[in-house]
Design a protein. Structure first.
Length: 69
């Protein structure tokens, strides 16, 4: 998956926004997340991540691309 900033940059360019403003705009969009991580680190001395569980199959046989449906 491509970074969303790639597509945002195209949109900003089409809106007539100068390329030198792209980086500050990208950073502003992330400040709340950066601050949330910083506050978590200060409070608990660790950064929390959502729990992830793999629910797919295990030990599945490899099927070559030409044989897949």
């Amino acid at each position: 998956m491509a970074n969303v900033d790639f597509f945002s940059g195209i949109a900003y360019s089409e809106l007539g926004i100068a390329p030198v403003a792209f980086t500050p705009i990208f950073a502003m969009a992330r400040v709340s997340g950066w601050l949330a991580h910083w506050l978590e680190q200060l409070e608990h001395n660790r950064i929390f991540r959502p729990t992830q569980k793999y629910i797919g199959g295990h030990n599945q046989p490899y099927v070559p691309m030409v044989e897949r449906s």
